[in-house]
Structures are given as structure tokens and as C-alpha cells.
Write a protein that binds this ligand. Structure first.
Ligand SMILES: [Zn+2]
Length: 209
């Protein structure tokens, strides 16, 4: 089972106890805030590809774009469901609470419900942003299916255009695509248009990182 393979340091051991490696043999109960908000998605967490969810063989390794990436381990034809973005279903209010984390893996499936990939994620939460993506997200009955937009060769990194909406911070994109717009935020974000207009490092070919 994937849960046994994916426990980050300080993760729940399944018996409602929290094992902290810095205290060998010691068990500490953490506050709900630390347990629910600060630990999931921490810097020690590595991707765990859930083979039950993925329709194709996927692998993770270091990515030139950001930390870890998810890669095709076999050829994937166009227009196929590749995997599903899974995780804990949480409310708008809980998203706000968890947004205090250094890293978040939130995918909105409706105006009120989001999926937190940091808790029970299929590994798809580690798919990096790409401004020329090879995946597109399709929401169906509350499930987020990641579908290949074109044929993906074995060894290619899976990429998804996150197009973050809302008033959150602008997040720099390092996808390296010739058409990179420089940010993970939605191209319609008015701040993005302003920022792009005022930044002469953006050329006709997009922002170079
Ligand atoms: Zn980009």
C-alpha cells in the first residue's frame, strides 16, 4: 500500500500517534494545527505515484523546472486519461487555513470544494507547471482527470498549466517553454498583464529564467 511508502518525517503512523525521528523511540502528539496544516506537503515529502490511480506507468525524479517532477515511464497516446488528481476534499475555509503552508497542493473542483493533494495525493500533485503543457485537467463529477493533450513519449515530463485564479501571490514559472508567460497565474490575471508590460526582460518569446 502506498501509505507505508510515502510517510514523510513526522507523519502519522496510522494509530493516531506521531513519530518524530529527532526523538528516537519517542512519540509526541502534535497540535492539530501542526498536524493538519504544517506537516503535509513539507520539504521532506517525495512524490509517491499511486499505481491504482495512474492509467500509465509514471515515475518521479528531479526536475529542471522545480524540485520533483512526474515523468512518463512509457509512451502515452493523445487524448487518454493519464492519472487523477486525488487528495482530501476540503472547504474554502480549510483551504485558507492550509494556505499557511510553505507549499500547497490545492486543486479547486468547484467554487466551494477543493482537493488537497498533500493528503492522500496520487502523486499527480507533483506534476509541474508548463506553459506548453502536455496534460489538461478535466473535472467530471468532482473528479479531476488529467488527460494527455498530445502524444507523450516515455521519459517526457508531465506538465499542466495551473492557471491559478484569485488574488493570491504571483508565482514565478520556470518551465522554460518558448511561450512561457513567466507566472503560474491565469493569463487573464490583471496584475500579470501589468507586470508583463512593465518588465523588459519579457520579450516576444516570453520571459527567460
Ligand atoms: Zn512557464
Amino acid at each position: 500500500m502506498r501509505a507505508d511508502l510515502c510517510l514523510p518525517a513526522g507523519q502519522n503512523n496510522g494509530d493516531d500517534e506521531w513519530v518524530i525521528p529527532e526523538f528516537p523511540g519517542g512519540i509526541r502528539e502534535l497540535t492539530p494545527f501542526v498536524r493538519e496544516v504544517m506537516l503535509p506537503g513539507g520539504p521532506d515529502v517525495v512524490p509517491c505515484i499511486d499505481d491504482q490511480v495512474s492509467r500509465f506507468r509514471l515515475a518521479y525524479r528531479r526536475s529542471a523546472i522545480d524540485r520533483w517532477g512526474v515523468f512518463a515511464a512509457e509512451d502515452i497516446p493523445a487524448r487518454r486519461r493519464v492519472t487523477e488528481y486525488t487528495g482530501e476534499r476540503i472547504s474554502h475555509r480549510e483551504v485558507t487555513r492550509r494556505s499557511l503552508r510553505p507549499r500547497t497542493y490545492i486543486f479547486w473542483v468547484s467554487a466551494r470544494v477543493a482537493i488537497d493533494g498533500a493528503v492522500g495525493g496520487s502523486g499527480a500533485e507533483f506534476i509541474n507547471q508548463g506553459c506548453a503543457p502536455n496534460l489538461i485537467a478535466r473535472v467530471s463529477r468532482g473528479h479531476v482527470h488529467l488527460v494527455s493533450q498530445r502524444a507523450i513519449a516515455a521519459g517526457d515530463e508531465l506538465l499542466l498549466d495551473y492557471r491559478i485564479r484569485g488574488g493570491g501571490p504571483l508565482v514565478t514559472c520556470r518551465c522554460g517553454a518558448p511561450n512561457c508567460r513567466g507566472y503560474l497565474n491565469h493569463p487573464d490575471d490583471p496584475r500579470l498583464a501589468r507586470d508583463l508590460a512593465n518588465d523588459d526582460s519579457h520579450t516576444a518569446f516570453g520571459k527567460r529564467q
